[in-house]
Each structure stands twice: as structure tokens, then as C-alpha cells.
Design a protein around this ligand. Structure first.
Ligand code: 9MR
Ligand code: ZN
Length: 560
């Protein structure tokens, strides 16, 4: 009982620390739905201008849901969508409680976009992060001796320096690079006009190539080093065990190893290199050719080895305690590679391969993740359909299933107090990236169908990430008024700087409680969306990762 009271006290103080308002702390686009949530009844609310406190809008507060399934909370909503004058505002209740200040403008997500893309620069491995780009987060070269082979993968040394650190750890994993680079390239390919910025202040800025491509190329150049002569691709470069909480350039004690090849890594590689080849060809024909050749050699290896490698999917060798990214189904990765290779080459063999997979799976959409790439294949075929004369029969199927999936997301959101598109049971490790990947799907659905509901729902997902959630917190470091400050991120925790490295998305609530910090605070009875804590020790709810940031770049870049 005592323990319960303590937990309850902790809970309440924790949940109320950010104030009482669940609101997008960055703000709203001028024509977007605008709203906030509170957890107690109130009659009305007042929207006031920051300058002088002038009252600009008054609205009613309505009960949205009692005992919300994901949070156990009563949720009340105040809506001010009708107000559309750009400026900086806050909300006040009759009892005097004030919300954080937020902005209404058509450029409200610019800083968020820049920070979320720039975060990849801070993850770079094997180079000096120079003060002129990294500011106070500058540090020396790390992991310059990458790497010797794990005995199961080969012998001796191979240069695999470069690329990004995967997450809060310093490992580098090809599988996770797949979905990450895939999503960044997709943003540029689908909406080039929105992603042309070349002024992010990374070393390649102003080189005439959009920074989003430059950053992707930094990772791709590492991926190239991970390829074996026969086309197969090694799975990862990590230590035997996760590093201590030290800066990357201090991580020199024990060596890092290259692990075995896998068919998932090889297929992800083929997809990325094929996609990058066609996108970079406008800027650099030689590079485009080189990329395509490596993609084809990876595909060749896969064709000669139609069964999954290793059998059952990649597993960490006994004694290895770093990320696994194990996946026992490589069919979606292979289909994605085929789709990208077809669009780049026009070679019908690839289209046939993709179509066979898509038919077998009835063109169904699924939640996008490092292990689930089939939506990326569908999108590639759909967006490039006229370029390659894809038969209507195929594109119609993809469109129809995209619509079915988007309606399903809409139905889920209607059941949720905060309007999020995941339900109890789905708050898994990295749930915030699932929310943003759903926003990505909805953005494309809106582009294809013109259905404004999907556009608005995508924005609602971003609202959740930026503060319209039970924790009243922005899940992106440095963004909003009350954001995550203690991510499970080795540089942020060991650089001696109070502020975490900016632009990083926290994984978010994880009802599976997969770390000791969550296990101590919560149990199976905790409402799923509450299973989160802004604590460095909670790697299963508060880590950051390259794949989670990618849909944030996509979504914020689209709406900026
Ligand atoms: O994102 C991954 C998640 O889906 C898995 O459930 C989890 C446990 O295997 O691993 C996550 O990825 C981590 C990776 O293994 C190592 N680097 C940090 C990643 C984010 O936590
Ligand atoms: Zn490094």
C-alpha cells in the first residue's frame, strides 16, 4: 500500500511537472486544426496574444473521453481551429492556469525540420565534429580502427569507418540504416521542392546538392564498405557489449567487430543503393553508376541465394550484447529491393518479382519499421508509376489498399483520447516512430486521394509528439518548452553539457517495460501510454535512434 502511494505520488508529480496542458508546444500551421487537452473539467478557455496579453479568442472546453483506454485519464478538449491569425499565443483557464507559449504560422516547423535533419550530423562516426558545424557539441574522431572480423564473419581487418552511430549506442547496423536512409531518400524523391535546403550548416552545405542527400550519402558511403566481394553485405559493426557512457572518441578500449552477412542487410543495401543511384544521377553520373552496380551485385547474390541467410534470420552470436535487428522474414526487404531496382533500371525482371510478392500479400499495408519495408516498396512503385508505365491494375491495387489502411488509422485515432493512431497493445519499443510513420503514410494518402482528413490526422500525430500527450512533454530534444532532457544517448549523457544534443526523437512509451527503470516504476496494470520516463537509464522508452528520427524529418519537412 505504502509502495502504491509512493508510486502514485511519483506519478502525479511526474505527470503534472510540465503544467496542465497537453498541447503542441511548437504550434500550428495557419489552416490546421488547433486544440489542446486538459485532464480536469473547465467551462471555457481564453487565447491570449503574448504581446500585451490581449484576448483574441474564447472557446468552450468539452469532455472528449472518460477513462481513455491508453492513458486511464479523463480528457477534455479545447478547440480553437477557427482562429487563424499568425502570432505567438498562450491559453489561460478561468482558474488562472496558463499553457506554454506557442506559435501560429506557416513556417512553424522550420526549426524542427532543421534540427531533426541536423541530428544525423551529430551521429556521424569516424570524423571530427568541428566547432563550426557542431558548436559546443564538437568532439574528436571516433572509431577510427573499424574493424576486425568476428570469427564467424571472416578474418583480419576491413575498413568500415564512417556512417552514423545507430542510436544511443555507438554500433552501426546495416538493417537499421536501410529503413532510415530509405525514408530520407523517399522524402526527397516524393517532395523534392520541400527538401532542397542546402544551408543546414553541415560540411557539405552549399555544395549544390540538397543536404538531405548529402547526409544520406554519408551513411551510404559507409554501407558500401560493408559489402563483400560477392555482393553480400555484412550485418553490423559493434563491440561485443554496449559501450560505457563515454564520449565516442574516448571509446577506444576494446575493438569493434564486423558480424556475419545477412540477406536482410543485403536486400536493404540493394534497395538503398538502387534508389540513391537514380536520385543522385542529376548531380553525379559516376557516383550513380557506381551505386547501381553495387545494388545489382547485391541483388545477384540474393537471386543466387533465395532462402533467408542466416537460416531463421540474423542472431547475435553467444556472448554478444549489442543490437540484433533480427528478422526472420526477408521477403519484404527483397521486394523493396526489386521495386527500387525496377524504377532505376526499367528491367522487367524486377517488376515481376515485386508484383509476385505484392499479389501474395494482397498489397496490404503495414506499420513501417526496420523490419517491415513493404509499404516503402508500394510507395516507390506508386510514385514512379508514370515514369515506368506501371500497369493501372497494379497502381489501382496499391491506391485501394493505401486507402483501406489510412481509414483504419483514422478509426484507431477516433478511439484514442489524444487522437493517436496506435492503440493499447501497440505501445512498443520506439512507439513514437510508429506514430510518425503513420503520419508519413497519411501524408502520402492525402497526396493521392486529396482527402483532407488524412492530412489533418497526420498533423495530429505530430501534435502528439510535440506535447499533445499524457506526459505534456515534447519528445524531441531542444524543441518546444518542455522537452525530453535525459535521453539514453551516450554523447548527451557524457559531454558535460546540460542541454541534450538537439533534434533527437525519444522512443516513447513502451508498455513491454524492457528495462529496469521502467520495471521499477510501472507494471502490467499501468496504462500503456504512461509507460515512459525521461530518464537516461530507460533505454526501452527514452533512447533515440536514426530510424526513429527519419519519419520526423519526413513529416516536419513536409509540413514546414
Ligand atoms: O528499435 C529496436 C526495437 O525494435 C527492438 O525491440 C529493440 C530490442 O531488440 O532494439 C531496438 O533497436 C536498438 C538496437 O538494437 C541497438 N541500438 C539502439 C536501438 C534503439 O533502442
Ligand atoms: Zn564512432
Amino acid at each position: 500500500m505504502k509502495k502504491f502511494a509512493f508510486i502514485l505520488f511519483f506519478f502525479i508529480s511526474f505527470l503534472t511537472k510540465a503544467g496542465d496542458f497537453s498541447i503542441n508546444q511548437v504550434g500550428f500551421l495557419i489552416d490546421a486544426p488547433k486544440y489542446f487537452f486538459i485532464n480536469e473539467p473547465a467551462d471555457s478557455f481564453f487565447l491570449r496574444d503574448v504581446l500585451g496579453g490581449k484576448l483574441v479568442f474564447k472557446g468552450a472546453i468539452e469532455l472528449k473521453v472518460k477513462n481513455d483506454p491508453a492513458t486511464g485519464m479523463d480528457i477534455y478538449k479545447g478547440d480553437f481551429s477557427g482562429f487563424d491569425t499568425p502570432g505567438k499565443y498562450y491559453i489561460v483557464l478561468a482558474n488562472g492556469k496558463k499553457s506554454p507559449t506557442f506559435e501560429i504560422s506557416d513556417t512553424v516547423y522550420n526549426d524542427l525540420f532543421n534540427a531533426s535533419l541536423k541530428s544525423y550530423y551529430f551521429q556521424r562516426c569516424g570524423i571530427d565534429l568541428e566547432g563550426k558545424y557542431a558548436g559546443e557539441y564538437a568532439h574528436g574522431k571516433c572509431h577510427t580502427k573499424d574493424a576486425n572480423f568476428h570469427p564467424l564473419a571472416g578474418s583480419g581487418f576491413k575498413d568500415v569507418t564512417g556512417g552514423w552511430h545507430d542510436a544511443g549506442d555507438y554500433g552501426k547496423y546495416v538493417v537499421n540504416a536501410g529503413v532510415t536512409v530509405g525514408t530520407l531518400l523517399m522524402a526527397y524523391e516524393f517532395f523534392p521542392a520541400k527538401f532542397l535546403s542546402d544551408i543546414l550548416n553541415i560540411p557539405e552545405s552549399s555544395n549544390g546538392i540538397p543536404d538531405i542527400l548529402d547526409e544520406a550519402i554519408f551513411e551510404i558511403n559507409w554501407m558500401l564498405k560493408m559489402q563483400r566481394e560477392d555482393g553480400a553485405v555484412f550485418t553490423k559493426v559493434t563491440k561485443g557489449k554496449f559501450e560505457d557512457f563515454i564520449m565516442p572518441d574516448k571509446d577506444v578500449k576494446s575493438g569493434r567487430l564486423i558480424y556475419q552477412i545477412s540477406s536482410t542487410a543485403t536486400a536493404d543495401f540493394a534497395a538503398i543503393l538502387a534508389k540513391a543511384s537514380r536520385l543522385i544521377s542529376d548531380y553525379n553520373k559516376d557516383l550513380a553508376k557506381k551505386y547501381l552496380n553495387t545494388a545489382i551485385s547485391a541483388w545477384q547474390f540474393l537471386s543466387n541465394n533465395p532462402e533467408i541467410i542466416p537460416t531463421g534470420g540474423f542472431k547475435n552470436p553467444v556472448g554478444t550484447v549489442t543490437g540484433e535487428y533480427g528478422d526472420n522474414d526477408d521477403s519484404d526487404e527483397r521486394a523493396w529491393a526489386a521495386a527500387e531496382l525496377f524504377i532505376t533500371t526499367g528491367d522487367k525482371e524486377y517488376l515481376d518479382y515485386f508484383t509476385k510478392y505484392a499479389r501474395k500479400n494482397n498489397f496490404h499495408f503495414k506499420s513501417i519499421s526496420w523490419s517491415q519495408l513493404n509499404d516503402l516498396a508500394y510507395f516507390t512503385i506508386l510514385i514512379n508509376s508514370s515514369k515506368r508505365n506501371i500497369p493501372d491494375e497494379i497502381t489501382d491495387k496499391i491506391k485501394a489498399e493505401l486507402l483501406v489502411y489510412s481509414e483504419y488509422l483514422l478509426a484507431k485515432s477516433n478511439k484514442d483520447g489524444y487522437g493517436v493512431t496506435i492503440l493499447p497493445g501497440e505501445y512498443r519499443w520506439g512507439s513514437n516512430s510508429d506514430v510518425l510513420n503513420n503520419a508519413l503514410i497519411l501524408i502520402i494518402a492525402n497526396e493521392i486521394t486529396g482527402e483532407k482528413n488524412f492530412y489533418n490526422l497526420a498533423l495530429e500525430q505530430l501534435n502528439y509528439i510535440l506535447g499533445a500527450n499524457a506526459h505534456k512533454i515534447s519528445f524531441v530534444t531542444g524543441i518546444g518548452t518542455d522537452y525530453v532532457r535525459n535521453p539514453h544517448h551516450r554523447p548527451s549523457a557524457s559531454d558535460g553539457i546540460v542541454e541534450p544534443v538537439p533534434g533527437l526523437l525519444s522512443g516513447g512509451p513502451n508498455q513491454n517495460l524492457q528495462d529496469p527503470v521502467l520495471q521499477k516504476l510501472f507494471n502490467q496494470n499501468t496504462p500503456p501510454a504512461l509507460c515512459f520516463v525521461d530518464d537516461t537509464g530507460s533505454w526501452s522508452s527514452n533512447e533515440i535512434a536514426i530510424n526513429w528520427n527519419a519519419p520526423l524529418v519526413f513529416v516536419s519537412g513536409y509540413f514546414k
